[in-house]
Design a protein around this ligand. Structure first.
Ligand code: IMP
Ligand code: MG
Length: 178
């Protein structure tokens, strides 16, 4: 499938996203009070969201980056999560906040949260996703913080890609999947 610019329909504007990101940041600030948080950005998709979110946080944070992949170049999940780079510092006794772009089946999030909880005794492990697409969920995973809920749509922009493209769109759009 090839996605053309003219096939992309707007879903969340740049302004809506920025406003919602600030609201989510306020929720997160309230929870951690002034305790340090290890924010884990799951590359590549959550890069835009993470960067905007941390700029609005007032709690002290440290940023870590890991890279997972599951989609390949289609619009449906392969069901297999591939850890491209999952090197993390010692997270024992730390507050850990995982940041994702989207939860679909939940397999990626489950893989990562299991990995963290099997390797560390964190103080808390929380999960924040900009988008929550519940219709294809295959795990019991629920994000603790969500930007927007979406239905059965393939979305792109603001970090989300199709075959590596469109990550730099400042808004989120969708394409009809047949
Ligand atoms: P899951 O493992 O099925 O929950 O899928 C999570 C990953 O699939 C996300 O981190 C995205 O990289 C990708 N993904 C899921 N839905 C979409 C979408 O609508 N557009 C772009 N990428 C998506
Ligand atoms: Mg992702």
């Amino acid at each position: 499938m090839k996605i053309l610019k003219e096939d992309i329909k707007p879903l969340f504007s740049e302004e809506e996203i920025q406003l919602r990101v600030k609201e989510v940041a306020r929720e997160i600030d309230l929870y951690y009070k002034d305790e340090e948080v290890y924010v884990i950005c799951v590359l590549k998709g959550s890069v835009m969201f993470t960067v905007d979110l941390v700029k609005s946080l007032t709690v002290p944070i440290k940023m870590e980056f890991i890279r997972l992949s599951s989609y390949g170049s289609s619009t449906t999940t392969t069901g297999k999560v591939h850890a491209v780079d999952i090197s993390l510092p010692d997270l024992n006794d730390k507050h850990v906040l995982v940041i994702e772009d989207i939860v679909d089946t939940g397999l990626t999030a489950k893989f990562l949260l299991d990995f963290i909880n099997n390797n560390f005794h964190t103080k808390t492990t929380k999960f924040c996703s900009l988008l929550d697409k519940k219709c294809f969920r295959r795990t019991e995973i629920e994000p603790d913080y969500v930007g927007f809920n979406i239905d059965n749509k393939f979305v792109i922009g603001y970090g989300l890609d199709y075959d590596g493209q469109f990550r730099n769109m400042p808004y989120i759009g969708y394409v009809e999947i047949e």
